[in-house]
Design a protein around this ligand. Sequence first.
Ligand SMILES: Nc1ncnc2c1ncn2[C@@H]1O[C@H](COP(=O)(O)OP(=O)(O)OP(=O)(O)O)[C@@H](O)[C@H]1O
Ligand SMILES: [Mg+2]
Length: 273
Amino acid sequence: MSELIIKNVWKEYGDQIVLEKVSLTVASRAFVALVGPSGCGKSTFLRMLLGQEQPTRGTILLDGELLSAEPGPDRGVVFQRYSVFPHLTVLANVLLGKELMASKFKAKLFGAARRAAIGEARQLIAEVGLSGAETKYPAQLSGGMQQRLALAQALIMKPKVLLLDEPFGALDPGMRAEIHTLMKRLWDETQMTVVMVTHDMREAFTLATRVVAFERPRDRPEEKQRYGATITRDISIWPPRLAGQNSIYGPDRDDPVVSLGQYRDGPAPSGEK
Ligand SMILES: Nc1ncnc2c1ncn2[C@@H]1O[C@H](COP(=O)(O)OP(=O)(O)OP(=O)(O)O)[C@@H](O)[C@H]1O
Ligand SMILES: [Mg+2]
């Protein structure tokens, strides 16, 4: 299970209200795409789901429990750039999460545990299509390969929730299409719930089970500080996509149809889906 419940969340920085009245329930194994104009608070929202930022008001629950105040292994993240460490090889980058976890208890991963972790890391590297690149450094990889590496680095911790902040935004179209296919497969085969910020509507509708838009209902210059953005659209992809149930209408279908019945103008009520 990996259900997220966001209840009436507000985020303020000093006098500026960035987000207000954000309520959203994300079903376990859903793939939510977050869209909205630049500066409306999408990354801020994702950082709150990660535990890097705290809401000013409201609560965020993961499987019924309040999110811990720090990022933990139950949440993985991939940013547009710089998610991987430039001074570590591909293999060391993927192993890092496991080593950091181990070092909490034992100082170092060693012996059988280390061999098992290396085996797991190599398998994941193969799954994201980077076999043979284990000893390379990120600077020796293309942008698409670096983002595959960032995905492997996040996935080795088997997160319940994978958070993606414009992860494919800097890639050229060919590479983006390839990584979309990989992303669909990873989502389909794992148990995770995915929340992805994107500027690309086609990407949102290609990958997601649900597209949620953030906007500022009041956006005149004098209103910018006093009113935040909130959810203004909540669109379920039709035919529905379900993880683990690959079918003709499953995650390989590239041209989803929007269910107009689910298209609404007002903020989504809390407790929805
Ligand atoms: N740590 C911070 N301190 C103060 N203000 C911040 C901080 N982080 C974000 N903001 C402000 O919050 C607002 C939302 O920023 P955010 O980065 O979440 O937007 P975004 O929707 O991700 O934009 P983009 O699409 O350009 O990435 C901006 O006005 C930004 O200046
Ligand atoms: Mg952003």
